[in-house]
Write a new protein. Structure first.
Length: 135
């Protein structure tokens, strides 16, 4: 006779409070809006947008853009102040973006020969987007 399996007790999870869900939804929408603004800014500067929110094992690439012989992995940061936005990119995240960009370069034969570069576009209310190249 087989031993019967006993189901593990399920711990009920508490639903998130409505205010917390609303904040999360707002942050999600604002993040997507910031990426679209950054993409428009880059296109105005002559970049061709190749992709949005590309997921790789190393990191998620907000915007993948090309201009001439350069493939730019662009991280978009939106904060309350320009200084906070510029300081939001940590060294560890920068390393992960480099890994993600090199993986994309290896996987896509059409991008062969392009030089990889890590850029940021920072946004803050009341200011134009700021594009920093080659971090």
């Amino acid at each position: 006779m087989k031993p019967s399996r006993v189901a593990k007790p399920v711990t009920p999870t508490r639903p998130k409070a409505a205010w917390r869900m609303a904040l999360g939804g707002r942050a999600f929408r604002e993040g997507h809006t910031a990426e679209w603004i950054a993409a428009a800014w880059l296109m105005a500067k002559g970049y061709r947008i190749l992709g949005f929110r590309l997921k790789t094992p190393a990191a998620e690439i907000d915007i993948l853009a090309q201009r001439g012989g350069v493939l730019a992995v662009v991280e978009v940061k939106r904060r309350a102040t320009v200084e906070a936005a510029e300081g939001a990119l940590q060294a560890r995240q920068l390393d992960r973006l480099r890994l993600a960009g090199s993986k994309v370069l290896r996987q896509r034969p059409g991008l062969k020969g392009l030089r990889l570069r890590i850029d940021t576009v920072t946004l803050a209310p009341g200011h134009f987007p700021r594009h920093r190249r080659d971090l």
